[in-house]
Design a protein around this ligand. Sequence first.
Ligand code: BGC
Length: 407
Amino acid sequence: MPKTLKFPPGFLWGASTSAHQVEGGNKNDWSEWEKSELRIKNLELKGLNPDDFISGRACDSYNRYEEDFDLCVKMNNNAHRLGIEWSRVEPEEGRFNMEAIEHYRKVLSALKARNIKTVVTLWHWSNPLWLAEKGGWTNKHVSEYFSRYVELIVKELGQYIDYWVVLNEPFVHIGHGYLTGKFPPNNKLSLAKIPELLNNLVNAHKKAYDIIHKNIKNAEVSLTFLTGYVEPARKWCPVEWLLAKIMSYIRNDYFFKKIKGHFDFIGVDYYHHDRIVFYPPFVRNKNKLVSDFGWEIYPEGIYHVLKGYAKYKKPILILENGVADAKDQYRKDFIVDHLKWVHKAISEGADVRGYFHWSLLDNFEWADGYGMKFGLHEVDRKTFKRTPRPSARVYGEICRRNGIEVN
Ligand code: BGC
């Protein structure tokens, strides 16, 4: 007989998106980079069609947000994570576009009208062009610019926001924007310059936290971090054990230590498991099951990540967890298996308050364009028609039941 593993009452169930990945029609550092000669040349060299790597109209969610939110309702979601696009709100330095603000007011009200709690990301990697021209996040005044934007959002839209995600995965922006060159500004920085960039992100986060709290009593503010379960391939090997400890600390804890006193919950994005070996490239996973991206599917890892965060004694929201799976062959089990481990962590005391699947829709997957399909809903690239994948129904049933069925 199957039994139901129940989640705590009031548990938040949702799906996540980000502004640049779904809205369409953005003009920011990403949209320009997508069209840049360098990027097009690199894609052509790999035999890829550059058109598949241009965000363009994305999912057209800027216009179709009501339709998107109806999909959330159909899945019995009581919460939703989405982004505000800074470049729309402040297209020129110091000039705010109040039409964009009115747009987001409608968007957030549309969620409220459906009784859906809002989790809002203020920065998910894309930047206004004027900021990019000034050096983006390497500019020493960036935290002041960002604060100005945050002040406006707090004043105009604060009343509609239940959970604030100030920054999305700052390390990914640093890594791909300044080290690997996969993201704009594709600007290789010397390692010596990285701490400055990191501090700019830390300061912007802390200032935003203070601004929000000064204006909104009991606000729930944090950021998301791309967490990972890092373990030594051989526990008895001191080098691998030590390397795993260090890498786990950098990956999961370092940033939260830097913003100590400036987060009210922990925003967990979980996709990765790293099994550490002492020889290059230092990660060697067993990869019994991998996604279309080639990422190992390793549900147990989320349990370790959640347990690792218990020490902060803060509520935890899982704000991203998902799989690139065009055929929808793994997603159902992926969801259930991860939730089993989440449930175990909760039953052992982890204060997890919500789970948000990445993603509501197939969307613009950054450096990988439209190739990787993370959506609970498929999106037709020409008509923008949304079609639920079978996993969307399974997820909807879990949300309705506030629990998973296991044998
Ligand atoms: C990012 C998303 C991205 C997802 C899948 C996360 O790290 O926040 O924007 O689509 O990973 O790659």
